[in-house]
Write a protein of this length. Structure first.
Length: 148
């Protein structure tokens, strides 16, 4: 595998390994509306039940002992309306830009290395959707102020 040429990926049926990794599931305002509509409840009801919001980002609340409130034994309970980061994995900027990171991720994701070859330009374009969706996660840190 050489990320300079392209990447292979095909999500494997029945797998939920990425959903079990330690971490947070962030969502956009559109993600929130889509997931709420999928469950047939209002965005406000959805947010009250499932979301932890700070001024710059939103994420799912973690149930005790689980990483995501929608992870069931049978798979993702909101699969057609899952958040952007779930939909785009493993085409995340930090993974498609680093051969080492992509290889490391292959240890947890059995879909990496499978399926058709995806040109690196296409993978980077897909990954850029992450940057647009989650500016608070990908924006460069503010420069420190200098004392005069
Ligand atoms: S770990 Fe990979 S193959 Fe498994 S569900 Fe996630 S993306 Fe699909
Ligand atoms: S929302 Fe669905 S795809 Fe995303 S982490 Fe939860 S169970 Fe997995």
């Amino acid at each position: 595998m050489n990320p300079a040429d392209g990447l292979r990926f095909a999500c494997q049926p029945g797998c939920t390994r990425c959903c079990q990794q330690d971490g947070f599931v962030y969502l956009t305002e559109d993600d929130l509306r889509r997931a709420a509509a999928f469950l047939g409840i209002s965005p406000l009801q959805f947010e009250r039940r499932f979301v932890y919001r700070t001024p710059r980002r939103m994420r799912f609340r973690k149930p005790r002992g689980r990483q995501c409130p929608f992870l069931l034994d049978s798979g993702c309970a909101i699969h057609p309306a899952k958040p952007t980061q779930c939909r785009l994995f493993p085409f995340w900027p930090e993974l498609v830009s680093s051969r080492q990171a992509w290889r490391r991720t292959a240890h947890l994701c059995p879909g990496i290395g499978q399926g058709p070859l995806i040109q690196i330009g296409t993978a980077i374009e897909t990954a850029s959707e992450m940057e647009h969706a989650y500016p608070a996660l990908y924006a460069p840190p503010p420069k420190p102020l200098h004392n005069r």
